[in-house]
Design a protein around this ligand. Sequence first.
Ligand SMILES: Cc1cc2nc3c(=O)[nH]c(=O)nc-3n(C[C@H](O)[C@H](O)[C@H](O)COP(=O)(O)OP(=O)(O)OC[C@H]3O[C@@H](n4cnc5c(N)ncnc54)[C@H](O)[C@@H]3O)c2cc1C
Length: 467
Amino acid sequence: MSVKVPPAGAFAAAAPVVIIGAGAAGLCAALAAREAGADVVVLERDAVPRGSTALSAGLIPAAGTRLQKTIGIDDDAKLFAADLKRKAHDEADPVIVDLVAREAGPTVEWLADRYGFPFSVVHDFDYPGHSARRMHGLPGRSGADLIDRLRQAAEEAEIPLIVDATVTSLYAGAERIVRGVEMTRPDGSLDRLGCEALVLACNGYGGAPDLVARFIPDLRSAIYFGHPGNRGDAVLWGEALGAKVLHMSGYQGHGSVAHPHGILITWAVIMEGGFQVNSAGRRFSDESLGYSEQASVVLAQPGAIAFDIFDARIAAIARQFEDFRQAEASGAVIDAPTVGGLAERLKVPVEALAQSLADVEDAKRAGARDRFGRTFVGAAPLSPPFKAVKVTGALFHTQGGIAINEEARALNAQGQPLPNLFAAGGAAAGVSGPRASGYLSGNGLLTATVLGRIAGRSAARLVVKSR
Ligand SMILES: Cc1cc2nc3c(=O)[nH]c(=O)nc-3n(C[C@H](O)[C@H](O)[C@H](O)COP(=O)(O)OP(=O)(O)OC[C@H]3O[C@@H](n4cnc5c(N)ncnc54)[C@H](O)[C@@H]3O)c2cc1C
């Protein structure tokens, strides 16, 4: 990954706006740039755009939407921004937090109204740290559906998407104006494309083990559950062009990935009144703090595993997620009519598991904090048949990236915008601050869709203005 000075006559072809990466960020940027009147080309390394977006549950948090209002949910951008700031320990850039909290509702409604995305609000359980039910998703609650719809919208808008095009170098002179890109094709040949503005939408560095070991040493041996093609190119180019990178130790982890099946088990199984035990049958944490920070907590348990314990009622809620249905189909979800039977099937000590369950049910009845500080307020008691999944902790995506302003323009160390470089989604510094515990559910697609749309619109303005 390099930044090179363009030779004379380097670009036989050019597009005003070039976008690297066809995940949620890149495709939202492309749609917005086209709407704003710019010709745009999207470059994607894979044969079919998937990205981490396809691996997600496709849920976008947004406040004050008409979809919330229809089902009586009272919410607004101010409340959402306060939740984001609290979860990020006030360490995220408040300007960007306020921006994404304000623009998330309009972005979800833009996709729903202009492109026909049939979003609905997840209304039957709470996500940790959100004061209102504000996760918007497609009917299958699947990121694969989200990326397919975005790709279809881009195709219908006749936006050129060049696939099998891994961008390997940028071209820029001493003045740091990006002039174009070089891409490597599957047969090893190289193509160049000139540009007037460049949007980096190629996510973070979860797929680059050396960068993970450098910035997130706790997770260097964790499974990386995100898209393997996200290899930190954006931050490496950004740095080479003099952009500031921020919060590189921030990430989204997850403490509930079925092991060894490698399937995400929704945190709803915990938030609805379930809990986690280790292989000794004992609880070890306040699981309600969030699934992201729980990744390293689970990885610190013996054998780096834990068990999610819940019941049939909770499984019925979790079944709205495609991942959970797959987990059931592949035998990852274990059930038993009694707690003793469950312990036997999990090979954990019966007395310890029974005691852990009894303690949780006591805490629910008492409505008090348990010894880990968790409250189970509003959670129904677990009842037979019981369910369990053996899980491990995983790295989902990184949250650090290029510092940006309200137009999603990359900033240099002095806080000044670079001439024509934009970043969105996992390529930009997120709104979680420098720690895993700063990640509020949905921050990934929040910054992908909202900042993607802003980056596309801003890049278009730049090139249209210069005509
Ligand atoms: C299992 C899982 C579950 C998740 N669940 C949620 C959720 O429910 N809600 C939520 O908000 N977030 C969730 N996330 C996080 C969310 O998926 C990401 O934050 C979001 O998809 C990032 O979007 P993006 O467009 O920045 O990146 P991506 O979707 O990863 O797209 C980046 C694209 O860039 C391409 N690319 C990379 N380098 C190059 C290059 N050099 N040249 C050309 N192309 C390149 C990649 O191939 C990829 O297609 C989840 C993540 C995972 C892994």
